[in-house]
Design a protein around this ligand. Sequence first.
Ligand code: 13P
Length: 251
Amino acid sequence: MRRMLVAGNWKMNGSLESIKSLLDGLKSGLSRSEVKCDVVVCPSSVYLPTVSEQIVDSAIKLGSQNICDQDGGAYTGEIAGSMLAEFGCQYAIIGHSERRALYAESDELVAKRFAAARRGKLTPILCVGELLEEREAGQTEAVVSRQLDAVIALEGIDALADAIIAYEPVWAIGTGKTASPDQAQEVHAFIRKKLAALNSDVASNIVIQYGGSVNGANANELFAMEDIDGGLIGGAALKPDDFLAICQAAT
Ligand code: 13P
């Protein structure tokens, strides 16, 4: 039985003040609710220490937005898995489309970051997804396959037993244009079938989140689909009421 997971990717947003008020809202909302899914927040890395302190004694877990592919040394600007773990991170988002597109992270580099997360005992949240042009050209499955294959080639299929996949169609991110439940389900089912051909246990147990303009109003329909196991949430994760409604929809 897969456990639903809702993760908030705060991206490069927030301040000490706004983060405190967001967390206060989430903590009090969660303590009053019957939310049963796993709940993760992924702040900008400078805020990891304060968030880590503020979520002690709450149900909220901590994730990073990226991780260095190396374990330490002369890599200016990067953050190693051991450092993230020291501040209580249990998850690391890997290969987000903004990293792939704006910072030229290749499939191979993403795979190396995935490997580093595993070495650091962090659960990778591996993001995959197609651009609008790719969807329109009928290449969605080929793109998602290529992104998964790079990780499988480096780490092997069994490595996905400790991972989470987030299907995030790039055209749905931050656009307000979410994939329909059927569109998302189709790709999630494709991913699960692809993995099943290599290892059926991994395929049936892996959590596959959907991401891209999820909000309090559309989460129920998306999460009702058979192969959608929660969400990776951007904009709506910055608003306590919306994020709590999404967590409730995953319960
Ligand atoms: P939005 O929910 O703002 O579309 O962002 C999704 C996302 O990129 C989460 O990683």
